[in-house]
Design a protein around this ligand. Structure first.
Ligand SMILES: *[C@@H]1O[C@H](CO)[C@@H](O)[C@H](O)[C@H]1NC(C)=O
Ligand SMILES: *[C@@H]1O[C@H](CO)[C@@H](O)[C@H](O)[C@H]1NC(C)=O
Ligand SMILES: *[C@@H]1O[C@H](CO)[C@@H](O)[C@H](O)[C@H]1NC(C)=O
Ligand SMILES: *[C@@H]1O[C@H](CO)[C@@H](O)[C@H](O)[C@H]1NC(C)=O
Ligand SMILES: *[C@@H]1O[C@H](CO)[C@@H](O)[C@H](O)[C@H]1NC(C)=O
Ligand SMILES: *[C@@H]1O[C@H](CO)[C@@H](O)[C@H](O)[C@H]1NC(C)=O
Ligand SMILES: *[C@@H]1O[C@H](CO)[C@@H](O)[C@H](O)[C@H]1NC(C)=O
Ligand SMILES: *[C@@H]1O[C@H](CO)[C@@H](O)[C@H](O)[C@H]1NC(C)=O
Ligand SMILES: *[C@@H]1O[C@H](CO)[C@@H](O)[C@H](O)[C@H]1NC(C)=O
Ligand SMILES: *[C@@H]1O[C@H](CO)[C@@H](O)[C@H](O)[C@H]1NC(C)=O
Length: 608
């Protein structure tokens, strides 16, 4: 799209979210398919999907309601599409035990991948990316468990959906969208004896932009000094608070993990290649204190690197971007004064543009108008980072490492008694980037590892702990060959994992889950100008979820739009192991026992 490239900034913005990037020197972010590549319109619509475990719902028919039906045509830079919401009168008025949001969309023609968000009362429910259509049409469905937002569904408010689409004679795909809610009654999940844990918040305050506006409600962060924030006043009877952060990255930072250091770019006189190195983190502030950080999973949207990789199995997280929780409870003592306080975000080394917002989940003391609290201990040392690189001309290697630790301990005295809370995050990052073949080959090997959690001491229920371990390995190999005139071929091999273990421990036992979600993708394409003229791609994915509450397994692969194998099941391979404490010590070389929780919380007693 040379015409686009020469356009003023506003027009460039129109295409922020389209992808196809060769990730290195020949990076061009906007490309579509030549007619011969997009297939005949006579074959039936393709169903695209993201591999994920089914939502466990009570065995009963849900009460359903259509929230919005809309055709997203030329919606870029327009206000979000809105609809009034109130709890459906035809549904039972008792509190539902499970709520599922369902997004279904169809599209036909040619269109880029578009990021979109769904907000209710300013609270973000879903951040997602559209699938790229074909002439014969596509359909895809995203189902998300939204039970944690129950308090929002109980009252009347406004639904807002922003999907910045552009339709003209080339990009013909209009997105026809239905959004529904399904309320399930009866049946219940594991509930905790510790108030505020494993039950939805009583109130959720949005840390996002307010309507009316001509964009999504997310806060755009354009560079490393840009700080975006919102002031909120929390009720004085709040006894627990969790900030749920949504992030997505676009344009110059869409493939941040492939960005080389600026020295490489300037010494080689390269233009149009985004830099700032390959490390990014979203730093979260409360007033002037850092209260946590988000080291994001590298979501690749449906047009990313080589769009042929993601058909019909889409990239991990692309249809339902992960959100990241930060326990704010230890800091409550500082914000229970009934005054305005500021929640803010920065992105370390950011390039234009990151979309960040958050939901502040609050649990309120029903018997007490004023809860008091105090922050007893707080440690937030600066980010530790190092980089080592050597390069000659366009070839070289770059290593980047980073670490961050943060912890906070505090207490609140609610009508439940005095609750002590300890929150911690330990984050580690490593990225090795190699350029070879005079810059025509780029290899990335990156891992992000996190260990975070909350320990609580409660007068009635005793000790409670939540711990999460995450590992996000990423391997990207791209090679550009036969570069001549306006054409080139690109081979791309990718491998990614979203691996997570969760451990909840309390007086009456332990709840454990582990997820191994690994995706390997390979493809090649020939590109002329902005058109993909030929190519083929596919992905293999193995998803293994095991927990004390049930298991799910899927092994699926695709090539050239066709599923090659698809095996799934719900049996637990190692179910006999669950319930045995040995399992946890085997899996987790970290303190998980009560003795060590007491150790962490011991300081609270000294401090109050
Ligand atoms: C949306 O809902 C309407 C009415 O139920 C239905 O006719 C239409 O096919 C649905 N569209 C999609 C994309 O599911
Ligand atoms: C960073 O972004 C902000 C917000 O757009 C802008 O005001 C500021 O000038 C930018 N700073 C730099 C150094 O570009
Ligand atoms: C970059 O540009 C400068 C100034 O024009 C020139 O001296 C230098 O040789 C160029 N370097 C490369 C690698 O092309
Ligand atoms: C909490 O502590 C404050 C100050 O120490 C005290 O005034 C208040 O009565 C306590 N509230 C409860 C519910 O224990
Ligand atoms: C490497 O690439 C640069 C820029 O494309 C080119 O000027 C140079 O001649 C190439 N070097 C070799 C050894 O091919
Ligand atoms: C990536 O690096 C890790 C060590 O940091 C190594 O174990 C792994 O084999 C590498 N992966 C690839 C595909 O090279
Ligand atoms: C590049 O374009 C020129 C002019 O159109 C043509 O003569 C030449 O054969 C092309 N080179 C390749 C390798 O396609
Ligand atoms: C990329 O994938 C292809 C196809 O599986 C394989 O032949 C090739 O060895 C891979 N290359 C790298 C560098 O991973
Ligand atoms: C997934 O299925 C493929 C093809 O049937 C098989 O070769 C592979 O071993 C399976 N992987 C796992 C982890 O079951
Ligand atoms: C991909 O599928 C199309 C038909 O949909 C077929 O024409 C083409 O030859 C296939 N390509 C490969 C490499 O298998």
């Amino acid at each position: 799209m040379p015409a686009m490239a020469a356009s003023p900034p506003l027009l460039l913005l129109l295409l922020l979210f389209v992808s196809v990037s060769t990730a290195h020197l020949h990076r061009s972010t906007h490309r579509v398919f030549e007619n011969s590549m997009i297939g005949p319109s006579t074959i039936p619509p393709s169903t695209f999907f993201e591999v994920t475990k089914p939502i466990s719902v009570p065995d009963s028919t849900p009460c359903s309601t259509l929230l919005l039906q809309h055709d997203f045509a030329f919606t870029y830079g327009k206000p979000p599409v809105t609809a009034p919401y109130s709890f459906p009168s035809h549904c039972p008025q008792s509190p539902p035990s499970k709520i599922v949001l369902e997004w279904t969309a169809t599209s036909r023609g040619r269109q880029f991948d578009r990021i979109f968000g769904v907000w209710l009362s300013g609270v973000e429910l879903l951040r997602s990316c559209t699938a790229e259509p074909r002439p014969n049409g596509i359909i895809w469905t995203v189902r998300k468990d939204v039970t944690r937002y129950s308090s929002i569904f109980a009252r009347s408010s406004t639904l807002a959906v922003y999907l910045g689409n552009l339709v003209d004679s080339t990009y013909t795909g209009v997105y026809h969208v239905n959004i529904s809610l399904h309320f399930y009654y009866h049946g219940s999940d594991h509930s905790s004896a510790t108030p505020g844990f494993n039950s939805p918040a009583d109130l959720i305050l949005p840390i996002s932009r307010s309507l009316p506006l001509n964009d999504g409600l997310w806060l755009p962060i354009q560079n490393s000094t840009d700080a975006q924030s919102k002031q909120v006043r929390i009720p004085t009877n709040t006894y627990r608070a969790v900030l749920e952060v949504f992030v997505s990255f676009h344009s110059d930072d869409e493939f941040w993990y492939t960005n080389p250091p600026n020295d490489y770019i300037t010494e080689n006189n390269i233009t149009g290649l985004p830099g700032n190195g390959a490390f990014r983190e979203v730093v979260v502030f409360l007033d002037d204190s850092v209260i946590g950080a988000v080291w994001p999973f590298p979501v690749i949207y449906t047009g990313g690197i080589n769009p042929l990789l993601w058909r019909p199995i889409t990239g991990i997280g692309s249809f339902d971007l992960p959100s990241y929780d930060i326990e704010v409870t230890p800091f409550l003592g500082k914000i229970l004064d009934g005054k305005l306080h500021e929640f803010g975000f920065r992105v370390t080394d950011a390039l234009d543009v990151w979309f960040v917002d958050a939901n502040l989940h609050l649990w309120l003391d029903g018997k007490n108008e004023r809860v008091h609290g105090e922050l007893v201990e707080y440690k937030a040392p600066a980010l530790e980072q190092s980089s080592v690189y050597k390069f000659k001309g366009l070839d070289g290697s770059f290593r980047r490492n980073a670490r961050r630790e943060l912890s906070a301990t505090g207490w609140v005295n609610s009508s439940y008694g005095k609750i002590s809370t300890h929150f911690f995050q330990k984050l580690e990052y490593e990225n090795l980037m190699v350029f070879d073949g005079n810059g025509s080959v780029q290899v990335i090997n990156q891992t992000t590892g996190s260990h975070f959690g909350t320990y609580v001491r409660h007068p009635s229920s005793g000790l409670y702990s939540e711990q999460v371990f995450q590992a996000f390995p990423l391997y990207v190999y791209t090679a550009t060959i036969d570069h001549a005139n306006d054409s080139y071929s690109m081979v791309a091999n990718l491998s990614r994992g979203f691996n997570e273990k969760k451990l909840l421990g309390e007086q009456d036992g332990l709840v454990f889950s582990s997820l191994w979600n690994l995706q390997d993708s390979q493809g090649e394409m020939r590109v002329k100008g902005n058109l993909v003229t030929s190519g083929v791609g596919g992905s293999k994915q193995v998803y293994r979820y095991e927990s004390t509450g049930g298991c799910y397994f899927r092994n699926v692969s695709s090539y050239n739009y066709t599923l090659l194998n698809d095996e799934s099941g719900a049996s637990c391979a190692v179910s006999s192991l669950f319930g045995s404490e040995n399992l946890f010590t085997k899996f987790l070389p970290y303190p998980t026992r009560r003795a060590s929780l007491s150790l962490e919380l011991g300081d609270v007693e000294k401090g109050d």
